[in-house]
Ligand binder design. Sequence first.
Ligand code: HEM
Ligand SMILES: *[C@@H]1O[C@H](CO)[C@@H](O)[C@H](O)[C@H]1NC(C)=O
Ligand SMILES: *[C@@H]1O[C@H](CO)[C@@H](O)[C@H](O)[C@H]1NC(C)=O
Length: 329
Amino acid sequence: MATKTQHFGPSSTFITLFLVLLLHIHYAKSDLKLNYYSESCPRAEEIIKEQVNKLYHKHGNTAVSWIRNLFHDCMVKSCDASILLDKTKEQTSEKTSQRNFGMRNFKYIETIKEALENECPNIVSCADIVALSARDGIVMLGGPQIEIKTGRWDSKDSYLAEVESFLPNHNDSMSLVLSRFNSVGVDTQGTVALLGAHTVGRVHCVNIVHRLYPTVDPTLDPDFANYLKTRCPSPQPDPKAVEYARNDHINPMVWDNLYYKNIMSNKGLLIVDQQLVSDPTTYPFVEKFAANNSYFNDQFAKSLIILSENNPLSGDQGEIRKVCRHVNK
Ligand code: HEM
Ligand SMILES: *[C@@H]1O[C@H](CO)[C@@H](O)[C@H](O)[C@H]1NC(C)=O
Ligand SMILES: *[C@@H]1O[C@H](CO)[C@@H](O)[C@H](O)[C@H]1NC(C)=O
C-alpha cells in the first residue's frame, strides 16, 4: 500500500493542482449569479421591469432596442455597458461605429438608471440594466422568460476601434459569422437561434439597397423585392432619412418564429439572414425553428444566456456608473 501511495503521489498532486487551477478559472468567470442584488438592492429587478413595461407602453420600440443593445454590448469584448458611452473630448464612442447604425432609445436607459439611483444609489450597474432590460423587453414582445444572472460591472472605456473585429456585418459570410459567435461560446444552432431576434424591429434602407439596385439579388423573392423597392425607392438613401423596412413585415413587434418561415420563402432582409437558408450547416436549424416555436424559444434562451455571460468584468476592472452614458468623474 505504502509503495502504491508513493507511486501515485506525484501524479495525484499534479491532478489536484490541475483541479485547483480549473476551479479557479471557473470561479473567476462566474462572478455572475441569479439575483445578485437581493441584499444590496432587493427591488432592483422589479424596478427595471416596471420601467421597461412603462416605456414599452409609451414607445413600443424601446423593447426592441433593448434586445439589440445586449448583442452589441456583449459581443464586443464583454457585457460591460461600453456600448452606452457617449463621445466626449477624452472618450470615443462605439455608438459612432457603422456597425451600430440605427441603434436608438439610449436616453431611456437613463430613465431606468435614474429610477434605480433613486432607490439605491451606486449599486446597480449599467451592464446589468442592458442585460435585464433585454430580458424584460423580450417578455413584453411575447417572447420567453429567460433567467439572466447579474453582477456585471461597467467598463471605464469604450472599444470603438475594436467593434468591427467582434461584431459581424450585415453582408459577412456565414463562416465568418459562425466563427464570431463561436468565439463567445455560441455554437451553430445557437447562432441560428439568436438571429431569430430579427423577428422584431427594422432595417434601414442603407443595409438593404445593395440587394435591390442595380439588379435584384436572385435569392430575394421577386414580389418581396418589389415591396422592398417601395420602402426603399432610392439606390442611394440618405443615411439621415428614416427610411426602413420591417424585419418581419407581417408582425414586426411580436416575438415569434415567423422570421424562419420568412427566410425559407426568400423574404429575409439582410444577406446574413438569407444565408441561414443557403448554408447547409445552418439550414437544418432554420427548418427546426420554423416548425416549432417552443423549440426556437428554448434554444434562443439558452444562447442568450451564454452571450449575456461573455467575459463579465470584476470589480477591480470596472465601476458602477452613476450615469450610463459616461464614466464616473
Ligand atoms: C450576424 C449577426 C447579426 C448582424 C450582421 C445583424 C445586423 C443587423 C442590422 C444591419 C440591423 C438593422 C439596423 C438598422 O438598419 O437600423 C439589425 C437590427 C436588429 N438586430 Fe441584428 N444583427 C445580427 C444579430 C443579431 C442578434 C444576435 C440580435 C439579438 C439577439 C440582434 C437583434 C437585432 C434587433 C432587435 C434589431 C432591430 C433593431 C431596431 O429595430 O431598433 N441582431 N441587425
Ligand atoms: C458590405 O457592405 C459594406 C457597407 O455596409 C460595403 O462597404 C462592403 O463592400 C460590403 N462587402 C461585401 C463583401 O459586399
Ligand atoms: C417542440 O419543442 C418543444 C420544446 O423543445 C418540445 O418539448 C416538443 O416536443 C416539440 N414539439 C414537436 C411537435 O416536435
